[in-house]
Every structure is written in C-alpha cells, then in structure tokens.
Design a protein around this ligand. Structure first.
Ligand SMILES: Nc1ncnc2c1ncn2[C@@H]1O[C@H](COP(=O)(O)OP(=O)(O)O)[C@@H](O)[C@H]1O
Ligand SMILES: C=C(OP(=O)(O)O)C(=O)O
Length: 587
C-alpha cells in the first residue's frame, strides 16, 4: 500500500507551542529541492522564496494541431473528447504552448454554469462537467419544478458515475424581480415610439405587454427610466393610468419573453423572498441542493429568516446572497456576514445603479468576502457574445482575467450555457483564461495574513475558530514555501474552506467522508474534493488517500505533501490540537 513518510527533521507535527528545528528544516529543504529536481519536473518559480521555491511545469501537448490537453478533473478538462474537440481557441493553443512555468496544472477558480434549453440533457450535462463546470445553476425565473428536477437528477447521476469529479447544485431564486410577460414572438421596439406596460395578465401586442408585478404602476413615476434586460433597451415613463404605464422608447430592440425590468435607481417594494421563492426553497430542501443563490437580498434579516427555516427543516444548504440592488449595497457588511457567500450579480446591479459603479462594486464585494472568509462568485455577461459567436471578444477575456486576479472563488456563465449556441466552447474559454491568468499570479504577493486572529489574541478572545485559522494560514505558508500540494481530512468542510481562503499556490486535496460536503466544496477556490470513508486508524486512512492520489497521477512517488489534520471537529485526535505534517510520498 502506498504510504507517505514524514520528513523527520521537518518537525512534522506543529503544535501551538512548538518552534521547529531550523537546521533540520534547511537540510530537508535541500533534499526536497534535489529530489524534485531529479524528477525533472521542476523549474524555478518566477519569484522564488528565499531558498528557491519549486513549482511544477505544465506539459502541454498539442494534438493534431488542435487542443492542448490539461490534466485535471473538476478543475479542468479530463476527457479526450474535450481535449481533442474542435472548440479550443487557436490563439489559446498558442498561449498554452508558450507556457512553461505555472504554479499548478489545475484551475483553481471555479466555474458555475446556468443550465437551460441548450444544456438540459444528459449528454450536455456530462460534456459541461468534463469541460470544467464545477457548479450547475438552476434559475427559478425560468422553467418549472419538473424541468429543474430532471437537471438535479442528471447532475446527481453524473456525480454517482463520475470517477472523482463532482458538480454542486445551486438553486437561484427568482426573487422580487419585475419581468415583462411571455410573448409568442419578439416585439420590435423602435426609438421614439410609444410602448406600454400593463399589470393586466396575458397581454402581448405590438404596443403593450404585461408585467408580473401588481404594484408596478404605483412604484413607477413619470420621468423614471425603465431598463429592459439590464439596459439592452430603455424607455422613459411619460404617463400612467390605473393599470398601465405609458412610455416612450429611448433605445429600441427586440423584446422577448420574461425580460428583466428595472427602474434606474430604485428597488421594487417587494419582500426579498416571495411566495414563489418559498415554494422553490422547499423544492431545494426536498431535492437536497447544495446552495441557494438568493436574489435581491436587501438586508441581513432575510438571510437569518431563511437560515432559521433551513435549521427547522434540518437542511444543510448554504446561502449565497446576490448583491444586485441599491439597498443591498448599504447593508453589505451585515448581509455578507449573515450569509455563507455572495454573488456579484452584475446584471441587475448595473441597472439599479449607474453602470460605471459596477467594476468598483465588484472589487469591493470581492475584497469584503475575502476578508470575511466567504466565497464570492462574479456573474453575468462574462462571455455574452458567445451566446451567438464561437469566440469571445477580447474585452470579455479581460473581464474573466480581472475577476480571477481580484480573487473570485468562482465565475459564472448565464445565457452562454443556458440558451447559447456554444455552451461547451464558452466553458472551455472560461477554463483556459482562468487557468492562464492564475498561472501568472505570484505566490509572494499571496502570503496569508491573520488580522482577525491576531486581533482576537490581543483582546483575549482567541477561540478554536481562530486557532483553526492560524493553522490554515501556517499550512498555506509551509506548502507555498516548499511547493507541495496540501492534503486535508475534513468532516464538515471547515478546514478545507479555511485553507481555500488563504489561497495556497497548489491544489487542496480535501478528503471527506460526507458526500454532501464533497459536493459543497466544489465551489471553493483551489479545492479538489474527494469522498473517502475514514477508518479509526489515521495512518491507514492517510495511506489510502495517498494511494488514491498516486493512482490518479495527482501525486508522484518521492514527492512531498503538506498534510493537515485539523479543524473544529477533531478526527483521530483525543484533544483538539492541530497537526501539520510534511511527508514524502512512498510507492
Ligand atoms: N430553466 C430554463 N428554462 C428556459 N430558459 C432558461 C432557463 N434558464 C435560463 N434560461 C434562458 O437563459 C437566459 C439567461 O439565463 P439567466 O441569465 O440565468 O437568466 P435571466 O437573465 O433571465 O435571469 C434566460 O433569460 C432564459 O432565456
Ligand atoms: C445573476 C443575476 O441575476 P439573474 O440572472 O438571476 O437575474 C444578475 O442580475 O446579474
């Protein structure tokens, strides 16, 4: 059986009080360097640590002059079908071939794909998963429970059959959004023409369409600007009757079914969780989804209300708040604090607030989430042009790179995968751009900082949680310095999530004995979740974990790994001390 031996002198067990052996450490570092260099898989990192950080180089092999194969699972393409397929970008092939030094062969930023008519079949779910989808998003503004259940069943079937890869499921509530009604044919709106929105149901004519919100006439005032589809079309309100808002078209276009309507600078006076949302939330509980993305959260109260409901249902589902309304910006700190993560929902955000605020808010929301140890998703329009075209605009490529550099845990595709013509190509582009961007990120800028733990220690409020944070930060420093992957054993996911927060340079292999935790961890930056039964014998479990990684070529013999045995719920420990070990992988 495969094992990993400790480097004795690296004082593998680090306890809060232990200092470590400097001479032994230096000699271990030298032998580590030598053995890795012998394996012929290393080169110097662009910005080496003091004693020469070693990183693996990625071997990119060109096949038939087409796609470049990157070995990976949920963090990148695995199947030869994908790697040989024709949807690799020619320009990207070139850039990958040019790439010689990367810190990690696996993508760390996760990809969320909205599932819709273009992708709601078994074949497409499988292909999206193999192309790099990490989370499947169900938008409850469209489709019915039957169609969403079919997707949930397909994702679960994929998870059960796939060897190693896992896809999480995110249910996105409709929320108190205002939409135009269904239209049999798109209606052409011309600049200067009169066009009306009525609260009467089922109206669709050349100059009038229904809205789904009865108070629309009361909320809207003469002079307001209405934005359709986040600003694709706009209209000025000229007058109102008891049931109709009469407008003049400013920017025209084609009005299709169920389009978003926003009033510039105003939020609808609807509750954040509507009656329909509660029905959808119950549907999510019944079908054990992993995340809710809650639309139009205005304050923390609604998050507490949802969490209380989930507790009563005994449902372990994480709550991601969508930051998309003017109101949510005022309460950003308390909303994020109450949640398990956030989404920068740029579509509605850019309609309710001036569009030039969106990039600034994106950065602020990412920074806040990062400082509060919560995952953050950047969403909407990332590859919008790929709904109709096989290649992205350069601006879209830059947008992905910016979100990755700013430190998003995940980036999201909406219409691109829901109803676009090139859903697989869009995932492939997102994967490649994220991976390439990550490969240029320097670890030296990325050393973990621990302001909250230090502050807590000063105030005498040092808790188990702070202790875990300290160990996650130190494990990250150690793994970054030595250039090793991290292996963590987790029952609740908490230690893997903390490690992800500190953004280690290489992969976090998170072994868990809970299938649900494995699925949840799919969202987190840099985490590759693996399900494994834990036995009472820690060493035997470690050996099986190492064998698993060796069999899948995630590790090589003689390689070093940083092994973290920690977390709030202790596994194999009598007391709750934490262990970080550096071990050499044996065959
Ligand atoms: N489950 C679904 N059924 C039908 N169409 C869908 C579904 N999910 C998404 N779509 C289509 O994909 C488009 C883009 O998805 P998304 O951005 O999530 O929606 P929206 O912007 O309407 O909230 C939607 O406007 C809709 O046309
Ligand atoms: C993600 C968003 O929300 P939705 O697509 O659910 O309207 C958004 O507004 O950017």
């Amino acid at each position: 059986m495969a094992t990993a031996t400790e480097i004795g002198s690296l004082a593998a067990r680090i306890r809060p009080s232990s200092g470590g052996d400097q001479a032994g450490l230096a000699s271990s570092r030298r032998s580590l360097d030598r053995s890795l260099l012998r394996a012929g898989t290393v080169c110097r990192a662009p910005q080496p640590a003091r004693w020469g950080l070693v990183v693996r180089s990625l071997k990119a092999t060109e096949r038939s002059g087409r796609a470049v194969d990157v070995v990976g699972t949920s963090n990148g393409p695995v199947s030869s079908e994908i790697s040989n397929s024709s949807f690799a970008l020619p320009s990207t092939e070139h850039s990958l071939e040019e790439t010689r030094v990367v810190s990690n062969p696996r993508r760390k930023t996760k990809i969320v794909c909205t599932i819709g008519p273009s992708t709601n079949t078994r074949e497409m779910i499988w292909k999206l998963a193999e192309a790099g989808m990490n989370v499947a998003r169900l938008n409850m503004s469209h489709g019915d429970h039957e169609s969403h259940q079919k997707i949930i069943d397909l994702v679960k079937e994929y998870n059960a059959q796939s060897k190693g890869n896992v896809i999480a499921i995110m249910l996105d509530t409709k929320g108190p959004e205002v939409r135009s009604g269904d239209v049999p044919q798109p209606i052409l709106l011309k600049e200067g023409q009169e066009f009306n929105f009525t609260i009467k149901r089922g109206v669709s004519s050349e100059d009038t369409v229904s809205v789904n919100y009865d108070d629309f006439v009361n909320d809207v005032e003469v002079g307001d600007i209405l934005l359709v589809d986040g600003g694709m079309m706009s209209l000025a309100v000229r007058s109102k009757t008891v049931d109709t808002v009469k407008c003049e078209v400013i920017d025209g276009g084609e009005l299709k079914s169920r389009r978003h309507l926003n009033v510039r600078g105003k939020s609808a006076t609807l509750p954040s969780i509507t009656e329909k949302d509660w029905e959808d939330i119950k549907f999510g509980v019944d079908h054990k989804v992993d995340f809710y993305a809650v639309s139009f959260v205005k304050d923390a109260k609604v998050v507490h209300e949802l969490k209380d409901y989930l507790k009563r249902c005994n449902a372990d589902i994480h709550v991601i708040v969508k930051i998309e309304s003017a109101d949510s910006i005022q309460n950003l700190h308390s909303i994020i604090s109450a949640s398990d993560g956030a989404m920068v929902a740029r579509g509605d955000l850019g309609a309710e607030l001036p569009i030039e605020e969106v990039p600034l808010l994106q950065e602020e929301i990412i920074n806040r989430c990062r400082s509060m140890e919560k995952p953050v998703i950047v969403a909407t329009n990332m590859l919008e042009s790929m709904i109709n075209h096989p290649t992205p605009t350069r601006a879209e490529v830059s947008d992905i790179a910016i979100a990755v550099r700013e430190g998003a845990d995940a980036i999201m595709l909406s219409g691109e995968t829901a109803h676009g013509k090139y859903p697989l190509k869009a995932v492939k582009v997102m994967h490649t751009v994220a991976w390439r961007t990550e490969s240029t990120q320097s670890t030296s800028n990325n050393q973990p900082v621990l302001p909250s733990a230090v502050q807590a220690a000063i105030c005498g409020e040092f808790s188990q949680r702070h202790m875990s944070a300290m160990f996650a930060a130190h494990a990250t420093t150690m793994a970054n310095t030595l250039g090793t992957p991290i292996i963590v054993f987790t029952q609740t996911g908490s230690m893997a999530i903390l490690l992800s927060h500190y953004r280690p340079s290489s992969t976090i292999f998170a072994f868990t004995n809970e299938e649900r935790i494995k699925q949840r961890l799919a969202l987190y930056h840099g985490v590759l979740p693996i399900h494994m039964q834990f036995s009472n014998d820690a060493e035997e479990t470690f050996s099986r974990a190492i064998k698993y990684l060796l069999d899948r070529k995630y590790l090589e013999k003689e390689e070093y790994v940083t092994l973290v045995q920690s977390g709030i719920h202790s596994i194999w420990r009598q007391e709750s001390t934490h262990h970080i070990q550096v071990r050499k992988v044996q065959g």
